[in-house]
Design a protein around this ligand. Sequence first.
Ligand code: 5GP
Length: 115
Amino acid sequence: MSTDTVFSRIVRGEVPARIVYQDEDVTAFHDISPVAPIHVLIVPNKALRTLNDAGPEDQALLGKLLLTAQQLAREMGFAEAGYRIVINCNAQGGQTVYHLHLHLLSGRRMTWPPG
Ligand code: 5GP
């Protein structure tokens, strides 16, 4: 199944996005339809469809996604106030774009449980 989604095109610079960070492994950009005052998506440059598609060879990459979130939270100034990280997986998880991504949300108090 094709993994070439709009996120791969953003990673390659073919689709415009408000990029906040990019290196050889990961790309972070503002969500086009934010659900919080701060809503950044962090994606591996390598197109994994879902979290289910990650394997042991992706261990460092998965860790890097989290460390990138932590770094951005600090640099963007909301690490101490707090934030939420979400990964939606497949239909029941609410995933709509099939390129693994982590939502980094902040700027308001988050509710629990999620809807
Ligand atoms: P999911 O529901 O798959 O976990 O999250 C997909 C997210 O991608 C949604 O929050 C949606 O607003 C965002 N999104 C979808 N298409 C685009 C796009 O073209 N550009 C950006 N920046 N975000 C997008």
